[in-house]
Design a protein around this ligand. Structure first.
Ligand code: 5GP
Length: 115
């Protein structure tokens, strides 16, 4: 079973890829919520952040460092940005292939909606 995102990694589905290496693929979100909205995903299919395991430290850290580098390239490093990983239902995760959202280019507002 392949996720939509695995098919993007494999080049089977089109995406606006801004960076790719052996570990991660980064592409613009199809439905952006901010001027910069880029998804950083592991090339390997990992369903949720719950599924990271011992040994994935380098991959998880790499995702953050790649996001940091893209933020600089997008010109939003100094103005600021938000990195978000949604997990499962309450986190609002829709695609079951773990992904880090890099969003910025405008004020992000409150971190979480109050009920
Ligand atoms: P989640 O809610 O799972 O954290 O975020 C999933 C994100 O993936 C959403 O922001 C959605 O717009 C984006 N997305 C879903 N399908 C596609 C797709 O086929 N291509 C791209 N580029 N983004 C997608």
């Amino acid at each position: 079973m392949s996720t939509i995102f695995s098919r993007i990694v494999a080049g089977e589905l089109p995406a606006d890829i801004v960076y790719q290496d052996d570990l991660v693929t980064c592409f613009r979100d199809i439905n952006p919520v901010a001027p910069t909205h880029i998804l950083v995903i592991p090339n390997r299919e990992i369903a949720t952040v719950n599924d990271f395991q011992d040994g994935d430290e380098h991959l998880a850290g790499h995702m953050v460092l790649v996001a940091q580098r893209i933020a600089r390239e997008e010109g939003i490093a100094d103005s600021g940005y938000r990195l978000i990983i949604n997990c499962n239902r309450d986190g609002g995760q829709e695609v079951m292939h773990v992904h880090l959202h890099l969003v910025g280019g405008r004020r992000m507002g409150p971190m979480v909606l109050r009920e």
